[in-house]
Design a binder for this molecule. Structure first.
Ligand SMILES: [Zn+2]
Length: 200
């Protein structure tokens, strides 16, 4: 006999689809939500329901934003001649937190991964080249992770960036091999930005 009421079972199934959340954790979270006041669950439900409607991609840098262009692309204090290329929105947040970067971003939303069907067309490289020409950017800082796919993506980008006249730099050493930049501590990441090196 199944003792889990259907409404609770549905929530557990939904939560267990989140990355890193197994069935055990999903059950613990669902029971926690159920024990808390109903208003908290309603707030959570409202935030989830409004998420997709409220957030879009900035057409310039592809960051998640409530406005298009995003706040960073609109900010006159941010230097459009310097573009930092990152894999994911979470990486942008990590670089922003260091306060060491005064340029704009370009978010790839992935790395090259032929096995998963992610090719150059999926990571908006043509858009990056067009933007460099349009904004007359002078430097592109490639801040993909030091994982194998991150490095392969960086090498591909560096090659394509030869099509435009731009200085290409890479985060300096200090980010351990295999590390996702959003998990680097702020000091390490900040130093890696300041000591960025000419690549290729
Ligand atoms: Zn933007």
């Amino acid at each position: 006999m199944d003792v889990v009421p259907p409404a609770l079972a549905r929530l557990i199934a939904d939560l267990s689809r989140l990355p890193g959340v197994g069935r055990k954790t999903a059950t613990r979270l669902a029971l926690y939500i159920l024990r808390r006041p109903a208003a908290e669950a309603q707030n959570l439900a409202r935030d989830l329901a409004e998420l997709h409607g409220a957030i879009r991609l900035c057409a310039n840098c592809y960051a998640f934003s409530e406005t298009d262009p995003c706040r960073i692309c609109q900010d006159p204090r941010r230097d459009p001649r310097l573009i930092c290329v990152v894999e994911e929105p979470g990486d942008l947040m990590a670089v922003e937190k260091t306060g060491s970067f005064g340029g704009q971003y370009h978010i790839l939303h992935g790395v090259l991964s032929p096995m998963d069907g992610i090719g150059p067309g999926e990571i908006r490289v043509d858009e990056l080249l067009a933007r460099i020409r349009r904004q007359q950017s002078a430097e592109v800082l490639i801040a993909t992770s030091s994982t194998v796919p991150g490095e392969a993506t960086a090498a591909y980008l560096a090659k394509r960036l030869q099509e435009v006249e731009v200085r290409v730099t890479r985060l300096a050493c200090g980010i351990p091999m295999g590390m996702d930049i959003k998990y680097a501590d702020e000091m390490t990441l900040s130093r890696a930005i300041e000591a960025r090196r000419e690549s290729w």
